[in-house]
Design a protein around this ligand. Structure first.
Ligand SMILES: [Cu+2]
Length: 472
């Protein structure tokens, strides 16, 4: 009942949405592995959170780079800390250089899509929505723009902590750690700028499994730090997209774990399971010095795919607790994996009629075009032209094929309105291009028609990107 009401309020787009009388404050936000300071107030506030989505090339491991899609320029994204009962005003801006629209689904939101629809934002635009943080806990947020898996796989996730009204018990150190799995065209360690591999993502064949966005993000000079005698609290999330994490710290026992980020506490835990799209709060005291290794105890991921971090503890030895010899470096990564990812794929099913092309094409549309051109083909003003009743599309089928094969740039005019953005080339095969365009041509008041994979093959040889600065 409450969520229905909230949904109506949210979609009304008026704000402040809920109570108008709360004191307003700007959220303290941090990049990983840092966590904003504990909340000291004992009353609710209207907390303003400002986020920017940025697509940028960053290091995956030495010699390997990747185009990450981020909340705030880091993977995981900016950490948000609010208090139970706070009203959160969430402002999402999508950088003008982005190639994709983005949005946010916060698992701490009670409301449709966790805010996804209300925060859908085209490149160069901003959106605002508000929610009340009803439940305390540690929650994942992530982008939920289609294709959702791709946005999450590219690094669009992070954590929001909703402190309980009574606050968190004080500890000496708090850190923010989040696991994610990545899928690249080249296998683990293959150098260069590696593109995302959709096939491997679908079959859950991760090339990298890492903490905080890259191999070595928490080792060497980037290791987490603590001193003997201190208490450490880790806010640990798992962005997925696919793998669940068996989170373990080698040489430590978690004194307390908030299971799945909720209120249930488990004590004396060796390894805690963190589902994809979930989190855990783990706490322990550090009693002896040394390197304590954070791993996903699905252990090949740690030593061969990158899921390894270090908590470096300094201070006096305590031989009554631990007195063995400590060898340095025995937990170093062992190098790249040997994976067989080149197995023959079965031949894809080909459409045998126009109706079948329409059905297959609808699926291609949902996962490749809908994010920009929208489910009903209506597009987004000033960003993505409509495919519904598009004079540009209906006038010239070859040009439409070229658009999907090679992308569109410069200015094009659709139904009398100029568009000056860019459509990336989509790397679909001939069959998918033929099917999706046949679907589009026969939907939403377009003029009909059919495109065959053979026609697409010809354009693939002869065509080029369309637009190129000339109005058609
Ligand atoms: Cu996104």
């Amino acid at each position: 009942m409450y969520s229905v009401l909230l949904g109506i309020l949210l979609s009304a787009a008026a704000f402040p949405v809920l109570a108008a009388s709360l004191p307003i404050e700007q959220a303290a936000l941090t990049s990983p592995p840092l966590v904003p300071p504990a909340i000291t107030r004992d009353y609710s506030a209207h907390v303003v959170v400002q986020f920017e989505t940025v697509e940028k090339v960053m290091r995956m491991t030495d010699g390997v780079y990747y185009t990450f899609w981020t909340f705030g320029g880091t993977v995981p994204g900016t950490f948000i800390r609010v208090r139970q009962g706070d009203e959160v005003e969430f402002q999402l801006s999508n950088h003008p250089d982005s190639s994709m629209p983005h949005n946010i689904d916060l698992h701490a939101v009670t409301g449709p899509g966790g805010g996804a629809a209300s925060s859908f934002t085209a490149p160069g635009h901003s959106s605002t929505f508000s929610f009340t943080a009803l439940n305390p806990g540690l929650y994942v947020y992530h982008c939920a723009t289609a294709p959702v898996g791709m946005h999450v796989a590219n690094g669009m996730y992070g954590l929001i902590l909703v402190e309980p009204e009574e606050g968190m018990t004080p500890v000496d150190r708090e850190y923010y750690v989040m696991q994610g799995d990545f899928y690249t065209k080249g296998s683990h360690g293959e150098p260069g700028l590696q593109p995302f591999d959709m096939e491997k993502a679908i079959s859950e064949q991760a090339d990298y499994v890492v903490f905080n966005g890259s191999v070595g993000a928490l080792t060497g000079e980037h290791a987490l730090k603590a001193e003997v005698g201190e208490t450490v609290r880790l806010y640990v999330g798992n962005g997925g997209p696919n793998l669940v994490s068996s989170f373990h710290v080698i040489g430590e026992i978690f004194d307390r774990v908030n299971i799945e980020g909720g209120t249930a506490i488990n004590k004396h835990v060796q390894t805690t399971l963190i589902p994809a799209g979930s989190a855990a709060i783990v706490e322990f005291g550090v009693d002896v010095p040394g390197d304590f290794i954070l791993v996903d105890h699905s252990i090949f991921r740690a030593f061969n795919k990158g899921a390894l971090g270090v908590l470096a503890v300094t201070g006096p030895e305590n031989t009554s607790i631990y007195s063995g010899k400590q060898t340095e470096g025995i937990y170093q990564p062992e190098g790249s994996t040997i994976q067989d990812v080149s197995a023959e794929a079965p031949a894809p099913v080909k459409a045998s009629s126009r109706d079948e092309q329409m059905r297959f094409g609808q699926r291609v549309y949902a996962s490749n075009c809908q994010a920009c051109h929208q489910a009903d083909g209506s597009g987004i003003p000033a960003a993505f032209p409509p495919l519904a009743n598009s004079d540009y599309l209906n006038a010239n089928h070859n040009r439409a094929i070229d658009a999907v094969l090679h992308g569109v740039n410069g200015t094009i005019v659709v139904n009398g309105i100029p568009y000056t953005s860019q459509m990336p080339s989509l790397r679909l095969d001939d069959e998918d291009v033929a099917n999706v365009l046949t679907f589009v041509l026969n939907s939403w008041d377009n003029k009909g028609g059919q495109i065959s994979p053979d026609e697409v093959a010809v354009r693939r040889k002869e065509g080029s990107a369309v637009g190129s600065g000339t109005a058609h």
